[in-house]
Design a protein around this ligand. Structure first.
Ligand code: PLP
Length: 378
């Protein structure tokens, strides 16, 4: 244990991983080498408490400090004001698909959803078990090649909220500018693009994100909710998932995901030191632009189905001529150490996930591989 977690062993392992394998998995869970090293070093004995982070009593002072630092760093990075509560929950974005109507309906019977593809459909399918779902805008008719235009005038007047999916991780469609939903609170699934760009939180009724894509390890779900939306969850809502209950108890109604919060704390420091969200946006734009440049300059070897204005900066999707070419591309990439590039099962093709921890070197290696593959197969 001590050997495995010594900083030397960890950085050597991290370097070895970095030199030979680049991970572009959409499921996330990547950590920058520095964060991985710190995480290992502090895990066994957090701040001389004599306890591993996982063994800290969650009600005790030491863990409360860690949680409070995590909260403060997140509030600073995103510029979250006092109108919003920050909750650290479990269950992932998928649990939020149910918890949104359970917490936010507050006696109403209708919610509005923008249908931009796979994840928005998952969210609305789940919501439809609890309430009426108005599909207020959809890009289904153009094959989900864009973010649908939302006209606030078309929102159902009794709608409890209007839901958008900020980044469609299956197809690579994303909002550049977030829409206006008028008086109806705007709710966004930001799982895939959380902390990859600055966001004006004050415009949102609620933002939720599973942490494993760009922030931490799986197990933590961040919910940022406007305080005036709290307080009348459906009676059958599990207490651990009642936003108001968790807000009142500082996300300590029950045992929180200590390990994932610990990793988030380290990642938030890393993001801050790196230059914050404006810098993350610059990196995401630069990295995605490099890949879209290769796609658009490949003479048709690679094709992006997404309208250029709505192309995601963190999920770059493209297709090749047919299944065999795609298979050859993925096999050749695998041999070069370029891993987990297969597209989402709902969309044949290739998908490159560029979450915060993915480095320039990984992107450049992939871009050069794509160029040489296109030359050989064009
Ligand atoms: C990955 C992802 C999810 C699923 O998150 P879970 O933590 O697995 O529930 C939901 N929405 C979007 C946009 C995603 O990218």
């Amino acid at each position: 244990m001590a050997d495995f977690c010594s900083p030397d062993a960890v950085s050597a392992a991290a370097l070895r991983i970095r030199r030979t394998v680049y991970n572009f998995a959409a499921t996330g869970g990547l950590l920058p080498a520095e964060v991985l090293e710190q995480a290992c070093a502090g895990l066994g004995n957090w701040r001389d408490s004599g306890l591993a982070v996982t063994a800290l009593p969650f009600t005790g002072r030491v863990f409360r400090e860690l949680l409070s630092e995590t909260q403060v760093l997140l509030r600073e990075l995103l510029g979250i004001g006092s109108d919003h509560e920050v909750l650290f929950l479990q269950g992932g974005a998928s649990a939020q698909f149910s918890l949104l109507p359970m917490n936010l309906l507050q006696g109403r019977t209708v919610t509005s959803y923008v249908d931009s593809g796979y994840w928005s459909r998952r969210a609305m399918d789940e919501a439809s078990r609890y309430c009426g779902v108005q599909v207020v805008a959809s890009s289904a008719s153009t094959g989900y090649d864009r973010v649908p235009e939302l006209n606030p005038g078309e929102l159902h007047s009794g709608s409890a909220y209007c839901h958008i999916t900020a980044n469609e991780t299956a197809s690579g469609v994303a909002y550049d500018q977030f829409p206006d939903s008028g008086a109806v609170p705007l709710v966004a699934d930001m799982t895939a693009c959380f902390l990859t760009r600055p966001v004006d939180v004050s415009r949102f009724g609620l933002i939720y994100a599973s942490a494993q894509k760009s922030l931490a390890a799986a197990g933590l779900t961040v919910v940022i909710v406007r305080k005036d939306l709290l307080g009348s969850a459906m009676p059958e809502t599990p207490r651990a998932f009642d936003y108001a209950v968790q807000a009142c108890s500082g996300s300590l109604y029950n045992t929180p995901p200590l390990l994932s919060i610990y990793v988030a704390r380290l990642m938030l420091s890393w993001l801050t030191v790196q230059g914050g969200l404006a810098e993350m946006r610059r990196r995401a734009r630069r990295r995605s632009a490099r890949l879209y440049g290769v796609i658009d300059g490949s003479g048709g070897v690679y094709r992006s189905a997404v309208r250029p204005a709505d192309r995601s900066r963190v999920t770059v999707c493209f297709t090749l001529a047919d299944k065999q070419s795609t298979r050859r591309f993925l096999d050749d990439a695998e041999r070069e150490g370029l891993r987990h590039l297969a597209g989402h099962p709902s969309a044949d093709g290739v998908r490159v996930s560029l979450y915060n921890p993915v480095g320039d070197e990984a992107v450049e290696t992939l871009a050069q591989f794509m160029e040489s593959f296109a030359e050989r197969n064009g």
